[in-house]
Ligand binder design. Structure first.
Ligand code: S3P
Length: 431
């Protein structure tokens, strides 16, 4: 099992790129493979644990995918075929939930499964609306494995109980195979990569504020795209750049889609010296460079609609809050409890090993800042964002920090330790 050994650092300096956006990379193989007629080309594809799980599932559905380089794919879009074994999405929540939407309207049965971790995650949120559409899908106690049998689907109007891009996407994708139109209404601005990509592929999808309507027009056009860097990977470096004294770093070519950049606004509100230069557009998404300098952060309150725009960034935010002056309060973030791990409980428990004091609440946490962290042995719990956040904490802790189970960082950010080393962090990977 890989572990990271991290020494405190007094300065991060330099320019780096982060790997391709995970959400877009999942969608590229799923939509290019199962919805388009013809060859799609994708460059800058995120070759990581989660996205490889989607790629393998698409292949098992009869789609040929040529790997020109590890990050450049040619996807030969075609009508999916019956897989001859359960599809294994490993740890990928996005993979399993989007595939559920894509497969319920197919004329063949399928089973969607994954790791023990994925089997613990709630699937009722996709099963319920898909069943309303006429789908024959069930889980074991509403969890994976999900068993799908052929069924005739009809469009519905569905108001999401929680803002979730995965659920929104599953319903819209099923809508492509349903009779009539399907409308999804979301309570908050969940990431809109599905809508952006489907539109670019020629789908009949109308977006009106928080409501989107899709009609069953298939097949879609193939695409040629370059995936921009993942803001959620840049997030760890942004926090590190703010809290490590004397830091001055630039993260190039990052996706700046406004449904994803909540942490940028929050760190700036905390006093973070962060500036962004938009440099263009990639795959229909705004792209730019992020310049971060060491900052005197102060605490902040976060709740309501702001939460979904940074839902994956709360583990990293905890580290910023521990270093900030004053109190940080997070509310309305109960979704954190059903991610790869219960991120409120797991982050609090691991940070306590570094000497931190954190108050957990049912839907968030409170942290009084300016805490002194002390290096210790902590565990990544097979949750990539937990392992990376703990590594960032190690940069400002006194003495040595060891992050066990750090291999999972490659689920979304392969080369995380290398990128930190380019910035002159002292981090060793030990097998
Ligand atoms: C994702 C949606 C989010 C996010 C996940 C990726 C996506 O999950 O946490 O990392 O690509 O659609 P929810 O839809 O459960 O909020």
């Amino acid at each position: 099992m890989d572990k990271f050994i991290i020494q405190p650092t007094d300065r991060l300096q330099g320019e780096v790129h982060v790997p391709g956006d995970k959400s877009i990379s999942h969608r590229a193989v799923l939509f290019g493979g199962l919805l388009a007629d013809g060859v799609s080309r994708v460059r800058g594809w995120l070759r990581a644990g989660d996205t490889l799980a989607s790629l393998n599932a698409v292949r098992a559905l009869g789609v040929q995918i040529d790997e020109i380089t590890p990050t450049e794919l040619l996807i030969n879009g075609t009508t999916p075929q019956r897989p001859n074994a359960p599809l294994n999405l490993v740890n990928a929540g996005t993979g399993i939930r989007l595939l559920a939407g894509l497969l319920v309207g197919q004329p063949f049965p399928s089973v969607l499964d994954g790791s023990e971790q994925l089997r613990r995650r709630p699937m009722k949120r996709v099963i319920a609306p898909l069943v309303q559409m006429g789908a024959n899908i069930c889980g074991e106690n509403d969890r994976a494995p999900l068993t799908i049998k052929p069924a005739k689907l009809h469009g519905i109007e569905y108001t999401l109980p929680v803002a979730s891009a995965q659920v929104k996407s599953a319903v819209l994708l099923a809508g492509l195979f349903a009779e009539g139109q399907t409308t999804v209404i979301e309570p908050g601005p969940a990431r809109d990569h599905t809508e952006v990509m489907l539109k670019a592929m020629g789908a009949d999808i109308q977006v009106n504020g928080q409501s989107m309507t899709i009609k069953p027009v298939l097949p879609l056009k193939p695409f040629d795209m370059t995936v921009p860097g993942d803001f959620s990977s840049a997030a760890f470096l942004m926090v590190a750049g703010c809290i490590v004294p004397k830091s001055d770093i630039i993260i190039r070519h990052v996706n700046l889609n406004a449904t994803r950049t909540g942490l940028l606004d929050v760190l700036q509100a905390m006093g973070g010296k962060i500036s962004v230069t938009e440099t263009g557009e990639e795959a229909g998404e705004p792209v730019g460079d992020i310049h971060v300098q060491a900052s005197d952060l102060r605490g902040v309150e976060i709740g309501g609609a702001a939460v979904v725009r940074m839902i994956d960034e709360f583990p990293a935010l905890m580290i910023a809050a521990l270093c900030a002056d004053g109190e940080t309060v997070v509310r309305d973030a109960a979704e954190l409890r059903v991610k790869e791990t219960d991120r409120i409980a797991v982050m609090s428990a691991e940070l306590r090993k570094l000497g931190a004091t954190i108050t957990e609440t049912p839907d968030g946490f409170r942290i009084i800042g300016r805490q002194t962290l002390k290096g210790a042995v902590v565990d990544g719990h097979d949750d990539h964002r937990v392992a990376m956040s703990l590594s960032i904490a190690g940069l400002v802790a006194e003495g040595e920090t060891t992050v066990l189970d750090a291999k999972c960082t490659a689920d979304s950010f392969p080369g995380f330790a290398d990128v930190l080393r380019v910035l002159h962090a002292r981090i060793d990977v030990v097998q």
